[in-house]
Design a protein around this ligand. Structure first.
Ligand code: HEC
Length: 122
């Protein structure tokens, strides 16, 4: 009996702790984490390739995946929504040695906005 109760509690906890934006899937763990390539539409593959190269120069992709999955920017705890993506993109662009162009950032911001829309779908 005790084991069953434990299982129920575990199941309840697991379901309530699932993030509201569970729709965005990721592959890999920790430093290797990335968005699931299968959910990137063909017209955004270029943006995804840019993101995979440019946005992991200073930190791992995990940071961006978590921001989009949870809606919270993981370092500062600020909201990470469609109103915020452009500002974050520019913030990253302005960092020393960002090695990104405005066009790179525009494409990545567009991709992040798409993923945020996907995350919001029921
Ligand atoms: C030149 C280094 C650099 C590059 C390139 C870079 N970042 Fe960052 N990023 C940082 C630093 C440093 C932080 C720590 C928080 C801060 O300073 O804003 C950060 C934080 C973040 C955060 C968390 C922000 C927060 O407030 O919690 C996200 C999301 C993020 N970066 C996404 C990206 C994306 C997307 C790209 C590619 C367009 C990118 N980064 C490229 C340096 C970089």
């Amino acid at each position: 009996m005790r084991i069953i109760i434990t299982l129920i509690i575990v199941a309840l906890f697991a379901s309530t702790s699932t993030p509201a934006h569970a729709k965005i899937k990721s592959v890999g763990k920790g430093d290797k984490m990335n968005f699931d390539p299968g959910q990137i539409p063909s017209d955004m593959k270029t943006a995804f390739e840019i993101m995979k190269v440019k946005c992991i120069q200073c930190h791992t992709q995990e940071r961006t995946v978590i921001a989009i999955q949870t809606g919270i920017a993981p370092v500062t705890g600020q909201p990470f929504d469609k109103q915020a993506t452009k500002a974050y993109g520019i913030k990253m662009l302005r960092k020393p040695k960002s090695n990104m162009s405005r066009d790179d950032v525009k494409l990545v911001v567009n991709l992040m906005n798409y993923l945020i829309d996907e995350a919001a779908k029921p």
